[in-house]
Design a protein. Structure first.
Length: 118
């Protein structure tokens, strides 16, 4: 584990900003599209009455949509981070020995060690 308190604090602040960004995407873009398709801009009003109890399943649907959007966004961010982290320039890739060169070197080392043993 690498990092320090400043790194954690920066990650926390970025996470909070990311949360507000995702909420804005959900509330200002996705839910109006849902409203255009289903006739309601939000599922908050969807309820089921059982006797004297009320089940607000619309709130659950909204929470699931928020979760799916956050998960998809984080997936894209992590994938981009991994690609940038593993990126190597063409010069670095050219500097790597080929498989044949590595196998030849191993063969030569094995021959050398075999010749030294009686």
């Amino acid at each position: 584990m690498q990092g320090d308190l400043v790194t954690v604090a920066v990650a926390f602040v970025i996470g909070l900003a990311f949360k507000s960004l995702v909420e804005s995407i959900v509330n200002d873009i996705v839910m109006p599209l849902v409203g255009a398709i289903f006739g309601k801009p939000s599922f908050d009003d969807l309820t089921l009455t059982l006797g004297s109890g009320v089940i607000h399943y619309g709130l659950f649907i909204n929470a699931v949509l928020n979760f799916l959007i956050i998960a998809a966004t984080l997936f894209v961010v992590v994938q981009a981070y991994e690609k940038l982290r593993n990126f190597r320039s063409p010069e670095e890739q050219a500097a790597d020995p080929t498989e044949l060169e590595v196998l030849t070197e191993i063969r030569d080392l094995l021959r050398q060690n075999g010749a030294e043993q009686p």
